[in-house]
Design a protein around this ligand. Structure first.
Ligand code: SF4
Length: 437
């Protein structure tokens, strides 16, 4: 009988994709992947540490796995295992610990632990990591492929735990990126999303003159590639060179996600963000100039320690003036192990809530205004494989990341189709198939 493995994954899209890659490794070694609730020979918990809650959920998942499967080998992987291995080891019943490196060896480590009946701790010091660990490609997403091309971050924003969990920046070679994109295209994917922990610094660790803009030039020529999308970029990495490539290459989606975090220079400095509000605005204005249909989304942290009413107003006004198409608002939550957790002048929960509320309302207003700009226009939409849950309509995304609903047959799923926009709301648009009009 085949050996079985079950996964439980916490946290972000990068973690989800890495779990899918590890599942492939197990399958290649003859394992069958079963549901987390089913009995299994091996259980892998891919943990997250972005907040205290994520730590707690990671610990709960480990305990739950052990309780349900007393005889299974339990392997704990990922960011929480990397930053707090001693806490994970202290949970009874953990057999294997792997951080954010050596995930390629997960099957060997699990089998070694099973054979030798001892705990194997493979978490190394991430600070010295220099190699990009390439895991097998993830084919789990049906509509678009997510390709991680960069790992780690050297920025150390004062609120963020990620550099401690993921280590310094490392990049996949340009040849490796091109090869992976070719494989995805051969598998029929219409859209490839390039991801990374600090994507804009792609190539900074590689020899030669490679950077993200030059990498894009090298891969847009992959035959059959229809759409290439970039995930989050830091403002100073949205260079003219990058914007020019985006403007000239129709395959690159006109969409940028640039975290603003605050519109107050005083707060940006306390956050250790390396730009001013004016520099952020200049980058965005240049982006609009070169790419008029750009969809621009951002993240804002509200209630960072020391955020005065005037700092919040500066953020509010900047967000309004820049007209983002999508806004993600996060109340600041202190993360143990980061400098900001020890800052004085923590903002009260009530003030945070009020500020979150007003920015969320502004975000809705801006999204609606952005969507209305497209009424009557026809846009290419990549149709998802899942229908909209509420309406049962097909759903998809434009290049500039507007969610569009439309009536149509399942055969359109996975296709890029022209859609004429007929209605606009806060969450997206509705339209009709333009074929035959
Ligand atoms: S740039 Fe800042 S927020 Fe982003 S991962 Fe690095 S330290 Fe965290």
């Amino acid at each position: 009988m085949k050996k079985t493995v079950a996964f439980h994954t916490l946290g972000c899209k990068v973690n989800q994709a890495e779990s899918e890659s590890m599942k492939r490794l197990f399958r290649e070694h003859g394992y069958e992947v079963v549901d987390f609730t089913a009995p299994a020979d091996v259980i892998v918990i891919n943990t997250c540490t972005v907040t205290h809650l994520a730590d707690r959920k990671s610990r709960q998942a480990i305990r739950q796995a052990r309780r349900r499967n007393p005889r299974a080998v339990v392997a704990v992987v990922g960011c929480y295992a990397q930053t707090a291995p001693e806490k994970v080891e202290a949970i009874s019943g953990v057999d294997v610990l792997v951080g954010t490196r050596k995930r390629r060896d997960i099957v060997d480590l699990v089998e070694e632990a099973a054979r030798e009946k001892r705990l194997i701790n493979a978490v190394g010091d991430i600070r010295g990591a220099t190699e990009f660990e390439q895991l097998p490609l993830d084919f789990s997403s049906r509509t678009r492929a997510f390709l991680k091309i960069q790992e780690g971050c050297n920025q150390y924003c004062t609120y963020c735990i990620i550099p401690y969990a993921r280590g310094p920046i490392r990049s996949l070679s340009p040849e490796g990126v091109r090869e992976a994109v070719e494989l995805y295209v051969q598998r029929g994917y219409k859209e490839v999303v390039l991801t990374g922990i600090h994507l804009g610094l792609y190539g900074a660790d590689l020899p030669g003159e490679i950077n993200l803009a030059r990498l894009l030039e090298r891969i847009v020529t992959v035959p059959g590639l229809e759409r290439l999308r970039l995930s989050s970029l830091e403002p100073l990495e949205v260079t003219d060179e990058l914007l020019q490539v985006m403007a000239q290459r129709p395959q690159i989606c006109p969409h940028l996600h640039i975290p603003l975090q605050s519109g107050s220079d005083h707060i940006l400095k306390k956050m250790n963000r390396p730009y001013t509000a004016a520099e952020f605005s200049q980058r965005v204005e240049r982006a609009w100039e070169l790419i008029p249909d750009l969809g621009l989304s951002t993240d804002v942290i509200v209630g960072f320690p020391g955020e005065r009413p005037e700092d919040f107003s500066a953020t509010y006004d900047l967000v309004r003036s820049l007209g983002f198409s999508r806004l993600h608002v996060f109340p600041y939550s202190p993360r143990r192990g980061t400098p900001a957790a020890a800052f004085k002048e923590q903002v009260s929960p009530q003030i945070k809530e009020e500020r979150v509320h007003s920015l969320v309302a502004l975000g809705r207003e801006l999204a609606l205004a952005f969507h209305r700009r497209y009424l009557g226009r026809t846009l290419p939409v990549l149709v998802e494989h899942d229908r909209d849950r509420d309406t049962g309509l097909l759903a998809g995304y434009t290049g500039n990341y507007i969610r569009v609903l439309l009536a149509g047959a399942d055969t359109l799923m996975g296709e890029i189709v022209p859609v004429t926009i007929r209605a606009a709301g806060e969450d997206g648009c509705e339209g009709i198939l333009a074929v035959g009009e």
